[in-house]
Design a binder for this molecule. Structure first.
Ligand code: AMP
Ligand code: MG
Length: 426
């Protein structure tokens, strides 16, 4: 396990007072060690979990050559270009049963979708293309079918012995179906990680508290809860912790003793007169950063150890939008890594900006955007208006973040900009 100082020393261009967003992710990739403990779960319980080992297919799927259509199976060697073909029907093959007797020259087999193709036949002409003769024969007009048509090959989906899914993959609905299609009743996944979170600040009210002057209701715990739940981690809500050393110490110790990661909000900015930063420093190996980004600048990152266990700490800024943006930009990829996931970074889309955007080079900006498809079929994006870091409404109205990269300058109307779509993350 590397210390903050070790990682800092190895990271090129590390400046805790002016860290680029990219460097933050590089740093976190060094800090995070993926979980190693695994468990075996029935397929239905594995949705959203991360595979702990490759799933090697014990069988070929499909297990036989079979018909992709309802029609007539025959040997394509009898097809002559531009000529019709008349074949005698010897019987019907239904799905799930093998046709036992041979089908010879001048003959065909009526076959249903999914039924096994006899080895001597290679082509299926769909029912709707043929004309039935009165003598139990079928006429295939010229040009309606070519050799090999409408036949699904053995192992076309998966070959026995080949990896069907890779370690580190998050299991979605398609993966569950694929595992089941291999006849596997259970699957080995990494254990779920546990993430504890609390909000800090004496001005923060919990739901149910009486409003008072200068105080605001806590929204960060709710957004963090939602973001974590969407990620599929086990959440531990620790409430609002007031700005008192004893309360903060107890909260950090309890969180570190039970969770794999701790997320706090508030109390990490420069001018803070509170005890949060001091307690993080006292209890853990923590770096305090000023990140070249907007919204979000201050952030604390490190490890807090308690009773021989250590938890990764993400001390996020207090402003509600900054919490969500720093979560999406840094915490989410870091937690995915902690979960054992090899999921790539979110795919950024390109959209044409519908408005000019002011942007200073030298920091990454995440503006709340509404992406729509224009009459021209292209993607267009506009901001939600007021981009203040406390305006949570901007996150509600947006469907993605416009990512204005570190060295990027002003954007003119019609310029292409990158957008990180919220997709399932929000
Ligand atoms: P701080 O980072 O502690 O200086 O907080 C920055 C701003 O975010 C202040 O206006 C706080 O009142 C506000 N804030 C901090 N924590 C929360 C919270 N949990 N919910 C809503 N607003 C918060
Ligand atoms: Mg504060």
């Amino acid at each position: 396990m590397k210390t903050i100082a070790q990682i800092a020393a190895e990271l090129q261009g590390y400046d805790p007072q002016a860290l680029s967003a990219e460097r933050v992710n590089d740093f976190l990739a060094q800090l995070i060690e993926p979980v190693t403990e695994t468990e075996t779960l029935p397929v239905f319980d594995a949705l959203g979990r991360v595979l702990a080992q490759d799933v090697v297919s014990p069988i070929s799927v499909p297990p036989h050559d079979n018909s992709a259509m309802d029609g007539f199976a025959f040997d394509s060697a009898q097809l002559r270009p531009g000529e019709p073909l008349t074949l005698r029907v010897v019987g019907t093959a239904l799905a799930g049963k093998a046709w036992a007797s041979p089908v010879g020259a001048g003959e065909c087999l009526k076959i249903m979708t999914g039924a096994i193709m006899p080895p001597e036949l290679d082509t299926v002409v769909p029912l709707e293309f043929v004309r039935a003769g009165e003598d139990g024969s079928v006429h295939i007009p010229p040009g309606v079918v070519s050799a090999g048509d409408n036949r699904r090959l053995l192992g076309e989906d998966l070959m026995a012995g080949q990896p069907a899914l890779r370690k580190g993959q998050t299991l979605g609905p398609a993966a569950l179906g694929l595992i089941a299609s291999l006849g596997l009743p259970s699957v080995s996944v990494f254990r779920r990680i546990k993430v504890a979170y609390f909000s800090t600040g004496d001005e923060i009210l919990s739901l149910g508290d009486c409003p008072r002057e200068g105080a605001v209701y806590d929204s960060n715990r709710y957004t963090v809860f939602g973001l974590l739940t969407r990620l599929g981690v086990e959440v531990v809500d620790m409430g609002v912790v007031g700005d008192q050393p004893a309360l903060l110490e107890a909260a950090f110790r309890q969180a570190a003793a039970t969770a794999d990661a701790i997320i706090t909000s508030g109390g990490v900015s420069m001018g803070e007169a509170d005890h949060t930063k001091a307690m993080m420093k006292h209890l853990g190996d923590v770096a305090f950063w000023r990140i070249a980004m907007r919204p979000g600048r201050p952030m604390a990152v490190g490890r807090i150890t308690e009773q021989g266990r250590s938890a990764i700490l993400f001390g996020l800024p207090g402003n509600p939008v900054a919490v969500m943006v720093t979560f999406l930009a840094f915490v989410r990829p870091a937690l995915l890594r902690l979960m054992g996931s090899t999921t790539a970074e979110p795919l950024l889309l390109k959209a044409q900006s519908g408005e000019p955007l002011r942007k200073k080079p030298g920091r990454t900006e995440y503006q709340r955007g509404i992406v729509t498809r224009g009459a021209d079929g292209a993607l267009h994006v506009c901001t939600t208006g007021n981009q203040g870091s406390g305006v949570l409404r901007s996150m509600v109205e947006a469907n993605g973040l416009i990512v204005l990269h570190h060295s990027q300058g002003n954007v003119a109307v019609g310029d292409a900009v990158d957008v990180m779509m919220f997709d399932g993350a929000i």
